[in-house]
Design a protein around this ligand. Structure first.
Ligand SMILES: Nc1nc2c(c(=O)[nH]1)N[C@H]1C(S)=C(S)[C@@H](COP(=O)(O)O)O[C@H]1N2
Ligand SMILES: [Mo]
Length: 406
């Protein structure tokens, strides 16, 4: 009889580490066997993401969409990108979850349960655009370290919750308040409970906007765990890193919040433009606030083919941080000439807008369709890469797709 091959001790140990407990009869587990508990570690299953999403990193989980997956007007969970700086909190007990409002500039430190928040303050629903500050990083040269996002680290879901301003006003804000900073339940990659993976914030003006929510629902349902269940700060139009997931404390600060990833090169860009590759001193870096004007062609998928004489219908979304998009245009000649195409008004402030066009091609051959949006201040997207910066933030270059006419 052939001897059975068993799993190596070291492999067993690493499996046990992922599962979280000892595998009792591990010694008799056949080589090459994949325990059921590990199959559950499939990110697509764990987070209910579409198989076409791209996993960029697994520790922490970072997953991005592709342009054509973002075709919906309201982004469903399955196409929503995931950006984690640490480990997802486990075993969340909503009945004991609390939100603390504290800080140097709070009148009175206050603690609310989720039930209190939901019953005490009026509920609002908004569609809010969340784009990672590093979306588009993969195009920078010299390359910037970090997740190599292409175009898919952006979403616009429908968020339901209460206004942060209602809660802050209930606790009481002192006159010297400058900034808010969030604290959350996720775990630092080192496992050190004294360290926070991320703790960012925003100036009081942003914190007190009507659309800045403490959300408990996304697209009409409980927020999925990976997107911040049970309570999330949502500050549309700003780098999505301001929108703290799993929030359990918000501090009203009398100075610019100095939490993890507020300083150094994190979510900051040179205040004045610099040459590619140049070293920039900390004091010459500025915090990213409103995101720049941008657009995305979500239909058709790049590489589409069409017969000569047929019109190609394209569509997509455009957004402009705190501002609105007032114009969208497309080009089929690498930006030499532009044709205006209709763009809808946003359903509410900070929601992305939708454009469409019907395009004629003069003859058979290869084309690229480029789209650019213009905001209320008359600023439009650059055709190629905008200013280089050490961490590769704010790439709002025109999105481009390839089309062949047969
Ligand atoms: N607590 C917590 N909040 C967080 C993060 C995080 O790692 N921990 N990542 C931030 C960053 S950098 C981004 S881009 C968005 C991503 O949100 P999403 O994963 O729901 O798409 O969440 C932000 N909020
Ligand atoms: Mo981000």
């Amino acid at each position: 009889m052939k001897r059975r091959n068993f799993v190596k001790k070291t492999v067993l140990a690493s499996m046990a580490a992922v599962i979280g407990v000892d595998i009792v009869f591990g010694k008799t587990m056949p080589k090459g066997y994949h325990p059921i508990a590990l199959q559950d570690q499939d990110p697509y299953k764990m987070f209910n993401k579409d198989k076409a999403m791209e996993v960029l990193n697994d520790k922490p989980w970072n997953i991005e969409a592709k342009a054509h997956l973002l075709d919906d007007k309201i982004t469903p969970n399955k196409y929503m990108f995931v950006r984690n700086n640490g480990l997802i909190p486990q075993n969340i007990d909503v009945s004991s979850w609390t939100l603390t409002i504290d800080g140097e500039s709070v009148k009175q430190r206050k603690i609310y349960t989720l039930d209190e928040l939901r019953s005490k303050f009026p509920e609002y629903t908004y569609q809010l655009t969340l784009e990672c500050g590093g979306n588009g990083r993969s195009e920078f040269d010299p390359p910037a370290k970090g997740n190599q996002w292409t175009v898919g680290a952006v979403s616009c879901a429908e968020w339901t919750g209460i206004r942060l301003k209602d809660v802050l006003e209930d606790a009481g804000i002192n006159d010297d308040a400058v900034y808010i900073g969030y604290h959350a339940a996720d775990i630092h990659l080192s496992g050190d409970s004294k360290k926070e993976p991320i703790s960012r914030g925003a100036p009081m003006t942003k914190a007190l906007q009507d659309e800045t929510l403490l959300a408990y629902k996304m697209n009409g349902e409980d927020i999925p765990l990976v997107h911040g269940y049970p309570l999330r700060l949502v500050a549309g139009g700003w780098p999505a890193s301001v929108s703290g997931k799993w929030v359990n404390r918000i501090s009203i600060r009398n100075k610019v919040h100095d939490g993890t990833k507020m300083t150094g090169t994190a979510y900051r860009v040179p205040c004045e433009s610099v040459a590619p590759g140049e070293k920039v001193k900390d004091e010459d870096m500025c915090i990213i606030e409103s995101m720049p004007v941008k657009s995305l062609i979500t239909y058709p998928k790049s590489g589409a083919m069409i017969n000569l004489g047929k019109k190609l219908n394209i569509r997509g979304h455009a957004w402009a941080g705190e501002l609105e998009v007032v114009k969208t245009e497309y080009s089929i000649d690498f930006g030499a000439t532009w044709n205006e195409c209709p763009v809808e008004k946003p359903v509410n402030r900070l929601a992305w807008q939708h454009f469409s066009a019907s395009i004629d091609f003069p003859k058979k051959g290869y084309y690229e369709i480029w789209v650019r949006a213009t905001d209320t201040q008359g600023i439009n997207q650059p055709m190629i890469l905008p200013g280089w910066n050490p961490k590769g933030y704010l790439n709002n270059a025109c999105h481009r797709i390839a089309v062949k006419v047969k």
